[in-house]
Write a protein that binds this ligand. Structure first.
Ligand code: KG4
Ligand code: ZN
Length: 365
């Protein structure tokens, strides 16, 4: 079985074809970093427009190496949320059109589930995937949370950030330091040459007992430091500052991930999402996992950042479990929890619109 995956939830237009065993047959990603860089963050309207421009060439690119093109594909998987609604709709309409005209099954995939299963993608240089159960730390620009995966469909959220995502903290701090967008890779690079003990910064929610995160206090401390003293001017001071900030973030991420494994009685930890590319995080997680006797799994960077291969694979798992969607599948911007019905709005919280007041007839009171 071969699944065509389409991803357009944020600032990457992506399509890929993946086998049911996770083998990646094609994988195309068109990044919009250049479009958003001048604004220091993703601009939803520009993202949707760029998806419109790129989605067809990207899908065609993913089908090109497949024998028979679309005839060689058995199902269409598409990200239906969480993400930017205008952006999601572009991928969704393309997926529905293909599914309808070709009579193929349509499978909606939660973007977060895609990230959590990305470690099973089989491509060159990819390490052996972990057995179930495993704990996964998902750290990206929009999400920071810990999950326990018992199978591709039994996923429990153990804790998440109360405010900013870790990637968001990297991006905002980079902006404060005048380092451009996206900030994670730049801070990572500078931090490698810096002294992480040079600056006193707060430890973000360091208590080991809970599995929640919070990065807004750390970001505020950086903002206050920059407001009082300005951004570090010399190359070395800037590197030291980045190293101090990064150490605070990666230490709490790695500690709580190991604690989550111990709490759940699980021996395998997976790092995934864009921030999993961070060398400091990989290093700190390696150290702590070694001490605790936990096996660490980090997918290749191309599988950690947004891509459609992870969506296609998650779709293949859902289809193998006998689940698929129909052409009325909606997109959704946020979901508080992962799960089958996570994308459905809480009907109790939807207020009925007020009945319009009947206009009074002359003479009525
Ligand atoms: O998973 P991803 O590609 O997109 C989202 O779903 O958000 O993650 C993007 C995020 C950005 O915030 C970016 O700054 C961060 O991942 N990032 C990094 C690194 N590479 C990307 N953060 C820290 N260190 C890195 N090397
Ligand atoms: Zn993502």
């Amino acid at each position: 079985m071969r699944v065509l995956g389409i991803e357009s939830s944020c600032d990457e237009t992506a399509a890929a074809v993946v086998g049911a065993d996770g083998r990646v047959l094609s994988n195309v990603v068109s990044s919009q970093i250049q479009v958003h860089a001048p604004y220091g963050g993703v601009v939803p309207e520009l993202a949707a427009r760029a998806h419109m421009t790129h989605v067809m060439p990207v899908v065609e690119g993913a089908l090109q190496p497949i024998e028979g093109g679309l005839d060689g594909v058995d199902a269409i998987a598409v990200t239906h949320g969480p993400g930017l609604v205008g952006a999601l709709l572009v991928g969704m309409q393309v997926a529905k059109s293909i599914a309808f005209t070709r009579g193929l099954p349509l499978i909606g995939v939660n973007h977060l589930v895609g990230h959590l299963l990305a470690v099973h993608l089989r491509e060159e240089n990819a390490p052996e995937p972990p057995p179930y159960p495993y704990v996964a730390l998902l750290v990206s620009g929009g999400h920071t949370a810990l999950y326990d995966l018992r199978s591709p469909s039994e996923i429990e959220q153990l804790g998440q950030t109360r405010d900013d995502a870790a990637g968001e903290a990297f991006d905002k701090v980079a902006k404060l330091l005048g380092l451009g967008y996206p900030g994670g890779p730049v801070i990572d690079r500078l931090a490698a040459r810096g002294d992480s003990t040079a600056f006193e910064l707060p430890r973000p929610m360091a208590s080991r007992r809970n599995l929640e995160f919070s990065f807004s206090g750390l970001k505020t401390a950086v903002a206050q430091h920059v407001a009082k003293q300005g951004a570090p001017r010399s190359e070395q001071k800037l590197a030291d500052f980045c190293a101090s900030f990064q150490a605070r973030v990666v230490d709490v991420l790695a500690r709580k991930s190991v604690h989550a494994c111990q709490q759940q009685g699980v021996e395998d930890l997976v790092l995934t999402g864009g921030v999993a590319a961070n060398r400091g995080l990989r290093q700190r997680a390696r150290e702590l996992c070694e001490k605790a006797g936990i096996r660490l799994h980090v997918p290749p960077i191309s599988a950690c950042t947004d891509n459609a291969a992870m969506i296609a694979y998650a779709g293949a798992c859902k289809l193998a479990a006998g689940r698929q969607d129909d052409l009325s599948l909606p997109v959704f911007s946020r979901s508080p929890v992962l799960g089958e019905k996570a994308h459905l709005p809480n009907l109790r919280s939807i207020k009925r619109p007020r009945e319009p007041k009947a206009s009074r007839q002359p003479g009525e009171r």
